[in-house]
Design a protein around this ligand. Sequence first.
Ligand code: BDR
Ligand code: CA
Length: 315
Amino acid sequence: PIPLLIDTDTAADDCFALLVGLLDPRADLLAITMVAGNVGFDQQVDNAFLTVGLAGRLGQVPVHLGARDPLVRPWLSAEDVHGDGVGGLKRPDDGHEASAEHAVDAMIRLAREHKGELRIVAIGPLTNLALAVQKDPEFVSNVGSLFVMGGSINARGNITPAAEYNIYVDPEAADIVFSAGFSDVVVISWDPLTITDALFDQGRIDRIAALDTPLSRFFVRANQATFDFDTAVGLAGSSHCDSLSVLLALDRSLSTAERRYRLEVETQGTLTRGATVFDWASDDNNVTAIETVDGERFFDYMLGMLATTPVIAQS
Ligand code: BDR
Ligand code: CA
C-alpha cells in the first residue's frame, strides 16, 4: 500500500476524504495531521476522531495536532459554509487522545522514514507544511509526492472572487510551500472543470441516502450544510474536491487531463490576496494541475465506499 499522510481542517468533505484514506486498501494511512481552517480547531479534532471511529480505525491511525493559526494572519472560519462540519453529530466518548507528537514533527519524521515514498495530501490551509519546510532542510527532498487541494487556475475563487479558501487563509504558507522545490506537486484546484466533475447533485445525494448504511447516513448529515451553501451560491450540488484529492493520490487514472504550470501565490494584493497565478508558458514549472477528472467514476467510487459497513474494532 501507498504510505499516506492527510493534512486536514476536518469538516464535511474533509471527513469523507479521511474515509477514503482510512478505508481504501491501497492506502497505508500513517497519520492524520490537523491544521487551522474550516471550523474551530477543537471541533475539527472531534470531527476527525468521529470519522476515524466510523471507519473502525480508532487506535490504528494517529491524529496529530498542528498549527492553530495561519503563519501571520488571523484565522478565518468557514462555519458559514460547513456549520460544525458533521451536521451536529457528537463525537462519542471514545477514550482516544491526539498524539503527543506535533503535526509538523510527525510530517518531518514520516517523510524521513518513508523517504521518496510518502504521499502527503493537503486538504486545508498549508500552514503545517510551510512549518515543516522551514523546520527541516531535508523535508522537501524526503517527501515523495505532495497533493494540494487549493487555488484556482482561472482565477475564480470561492472565498473571494479571486481566491480559493485554503490558499486565501494562509497565503504566506502557500507561497513557502509552492516555492520550496518539492519534486512532485499535484494541484487539485477549485475550478469549474474540476468542481463540475466533483459535484454531487440532489440525485446523487438521494442515491447515497438510499444506501442507508452508517457511512451513508453520516455522509448525508455531515454534507447537508455544504450542499445548502454550494447550491445557494449557484453550484449544481455539493463540492467534493478534498475526497477527490485523496482518491487521486491513490488512483491517478481518475485524472483525464493534466498540465504543468509555474504556480505562484499573491500575498500582497488587497482584492487578490491568496490568488494563484498559473503561468502556462513558463519553462520553470513547479506543479502539475489536474484539469479534468472522470466524475462518474469518482461518484461510483464514493457510492461503493459509503455502501460498506466497516467492522468496528473493540478497543
Ligand atoms: C476547500 O476549502 C474548504 O472549505 C474545503 O474543506 C476544501 O478543502 C475548498 O475551497
Ligand atoms: Ca478542507
